[in-house]
Write a protein that binds this ligand. Structure first.
Ligand SMILES: Cc1ncc(COP(=O)(O)O)c(C=O)c1O
Length: 400
């Protein structure tokens, strides 16, 4: 905490920076124009006129606040419309909308497991899935990241003791941008009768034929009983959701503490999300998803051609290379990463900085993420700035 305060006083902290403009590729931050390469606005919908209009209409019709839980007075027609739209999109019997994606995971896991059960999570799963385990009476264990044999061992151990298991994974991992091999995970879960939950936070809107995420990309939507997601990335609002059978969603609606004991999302957030989901399901959504992934490929190629160290490319179905909006530049040691982050910021590029424990020790990274709205010229300029920023250090070392 003291380090954060010291960096803030010095003006070098990468955290809690304030923007003076809407989220888009060119922003104003700390009063200066900069390129935004550190958002999750993958489809560029955060300032889309139709999404703003959806939010505005909801605000004008339903007011500013929700003033209560979904259970009591917080549900408005738009929540129900959005749930019907999401269930139809994902091809499931039902959907439930939460106030945030973090709460979607807490509420879903918490409603469905309890004493005597085991939650088996990928070690790199999002904090909200690990937090979900802590908020239940179930035992939480982790399997090694994307290691299917290790997952099978953990499930076999649970079965040996007659303990029902739930498996929780991210579809796309938020820091490295790699994919969970959902085909193998779904099969292992079926073999061991485990309930699989895939968090599609970083894949909804960008992957799969209908853009519902990684599970669809792997053709396993029918074999995955539960999927969760957030509105805070491609869907360009705030909120979260879970989809599944009527029985599972009813269990969440009646037992999900993170749903029942917090206020419903505000009307503007729900209206904006509904407009964004409809847009994503239109031809424009497909076109934006294609542009976003083309941009990610372009940025990755540009950086690689300049010799900038990157995380390994993601692997998708059939072992083929997969593209996600996330392009991690590996910097290494944390202090160096903080210094590099600041140099890049001074050059006018905002990136997200991830360091231990969000990523393994000495694997600190500039976690870049593109949007559909970046141009190749933007990305070329950013790649050059990143190259110069990282190169400077090499030159200094040579001088020393
Ligand atoms: C994989 C994953 N799941 C869940 C969340 C939480 O979503 P929200 O920001 O809506 O709380 C995030 C957000 O960073 C995420 O990356």
């Amino acid at each position: 905490m003291k380090i954060l305060r010291a960096m803030e006083l010095e003006g070098t902290s990468p955290y809690f920076r304030a923007m003076q403009t809407a989220n888009s590729p060119r922003i104003n931050m700390d009063g200066c124009p900069r390129m935004m390469l550190g958002s999750n606005n993958y489809l560029g919908l955060a300032d889309h006129p139709l999404v703003i209009e959806g939010a505005r209409r909801a605000l004008e019709r339903f007011g500013a606040g929700s003033t209560g839980s979904r259970l009591l007075n917080g549900t408005i027609d738009l929540h129900l419309e959005l749930e019907a739209e999401i269930a139809d999109w994902f091809g499931t019997e039902a959907a439930i909308v939460f106030t945030t994606g973090h709460q979607a995971n807490l509420g879903t896991v918490g409603a469905l497991v309890g004493r005597g059960d085991v939650i088996v999570s990928d070690s790199d799963a999002h904090a909200s899935l690990h937090d979900a385990g802590k908020f239940t009476d179930a035992q939480s264990v982790r399997f090694r990241h994307n290691d299917i044999d290790n997952l099978a061992e953990k499930l076999a151990a649970a079965a040996k003791h007659g303990r029902p298991a739930m498996v929780t994974v991210d579809g796309v991992y938020s820091m490295e941008g790699d994919l969970a091999p959902i085909d193998q995970i779904a099969e292992v879960c079926l073999e061991h009768n485990a309930l699989l939950l895939v968090d599609e936070a970083h894949s909804v809107g960008v992957l799969g034929l209908n853009l519902t995420g990684v599970t669809e990309l792997y053709g396993k939507a029918g074999k995955t009983p539960l999927r969760t997601g957030t509105f805070s990335k491609s869907i360009a609002s705030t909120g979260g959701f879970a989809v599944g059978s009527h029985d599972l969603i009813d269990a969440i609606r009646t037992n999900g503490r993170a749903l029942l004991f917090t206020a419903a999302g505000v009307p503007a957030a729900v209206g904006g999300a509904l407009a964004a989901v409809r847009l994503i399901r239109s031809a424009e959504g497909q076109e934006r998803a294609e542009r976003c992934l083309a941009n990610a490929r372009f940025l990755r190629d540009s950086l690689a051609s300049l010799g900038v160290p990157l995380a390994e490319p993601a692997i998708g179905p059939g072992g083929a290379e997969a593209v996600t909006p996330i392009v991690p530049v590996i910097v290494g040691e944390s202090l160096r990463a903080f210094a590099k982050w600041h140099e890049l910021y001074e050059r006018g590029v905002f990136a997200a900085l991830a360091h231990y424990p969000a990523v393994p020790l000495n694997r600190a990274m500039l976690r870049l993420a593109v949007t559909a709205e970046h141009t190749f010229a933007d990305l070329e300029e950013a790649a050059k700035s990143i190259h110069t920023t990282l190169e400077l250090d090499v030159e200094r070392q040579l001088v020393v």
